[in-house]
Write a protein that binds this ligand. Structure first.
Ligand SMILES: C[S@@+](CC[C@H](N)C(=O)[O-])C[C@H]1O[C@@H](n2cnc3c(N)ncnc32)[C@H](O)[C@@H]1O
Length: 293
């Protein structure tokens, strides 16, 4: 691990954009201005290989970007957003317009989950990702089927969702979306590009987003190769899980990451869920942001 000290965030933080499109555990939208404030002043193409709900992408609204995620139905949503926003709104409305109260919501949610498990697609995932508990998209270990629980809240109306879609659509006009593994995304980055990596938290998120195959070791190896080519990489790491990363970094040159910052997350939704809904308002979690430059 580099012995470079922790950075104070630069005084001017980046742009702020608080309207969320999807609920997704690990969403970085609230921290995005802080994260973006560490980006270099200029770059050619922005890459986000672990897109999730795109908190940083949406806030940055880059002119030229490539975004990807291993969960193909999630990329269906992004592709609809970019190319056919009306279809995305219709997919949401298909479920949301069927109920007005909580009882109706639970029945429709169960139907959406069954639709997803029969044929995984963005059309059902978009409603699930708004109506589920805390964005905790998770899958059963034995058969890979989605087991995401229904949230206690009332999902936003179709009108409200449509206005979010229009807002977000404007912000992704320069972005190409791909359903693929991070290795392919990182291998495509060229000198002068910037890559922001927000991988699944190595321990606690194993059953989330179907991320069982994720390897931090392989990610660090790809980052090393990208840096050699002149790519600038930022890596978010769960601040509470330092030891695993230290072991992985042991095999790499100590100069791989040159700086490190702490970024405030606020409440940790995942732990909140595991504690049966108990609020962790008091626990401020800090993510670490490692920079190769
Ligand atoms: C912590 S979340 C990203 C959250 C995102 N920054 C946001 O603001 O919502 C990690 C994402 O990595 C994706 N993922 C898991 N394994 C992957 C892999 N091998 N390659 C690419 N993406 C992967 C998951 O589907 C998930 O959406």
């Amino acid at each position: 691990m580099t012995d470079a000290g922790e950075l104070d965030p630069p005084r001017t933080s980046g742009p702020r954009f608080t309207t969320q499109l999807l609920k997704w555990v690990g969403n970085k939208q609230r921290m995005a201005p802080e994260i973006i404030s560490f980006f270099p002043d200029h770059w050619e193409t922005y890459h986000e290989p672990f897109l999730g709900a795109g908190g940083v992408l949406g806030t940055l609204a880059p002119q030229r970007a490539i975004a990807a995620d291993a969960l193909a139905p999630l990329i269906d949503i992004w592709t609809m957003l970019a190319r056919d926003p009306g279809r995305l709104i219709a997919a949401y409305a298909h479920y949301r317009d069927q109920f007005e109260d909580h009882e109706g919501k639970r029945a429709v949610y169960a139907a959406a989950l069954a639709d997803y498990n029969r044929a995984p697609s963005g059309e059902s995932l978009v409603f699930i990702a708004r109506a589920c508990y805390g964005g905790v998209i998770r899958f059963r270990k034995n058969d890979g089927s989605m087991s995401t629980p229904c949230g206690a809240h009332m999902p936003i109306t179709t009108t409200s969702f449509a206005s979010r879609v229009h807002m977000w659509h404007q912000r992704v006009t320069g972005t190409a979306f791909y359903a693929r593994d991070f290795r392919q995304s990182l291998a495509e980055a060229r000198a002068g590009d910037v890559v922001y990596c927000d991988p699944p938290y190595s321990d606690s998120q194993k059953i989330l987003y179907g991320a069982q195959g994720f390897s931090l070791q392989e990610l660090v190896a790809e980052i090393d190769r990208a840096k050699e080519r002149g790519v600038k990489v930022l890596l978010s790491i769960d601040g509470t899980k330092k030891s695993g990363l230290k072991e992985v970094l042991h095999d790499f040159p100590p100069t791989l990451f040159e700086r490190e910052a702490a970024v405030t997350v606020g409440r940790a939704m995942l732990r909140r869920f595991q504690r049966g809904g108990a609020s962790l308002e008091d626990e401020v979690v800090r993510d670490r942001l490692l920079l190769t430059y």
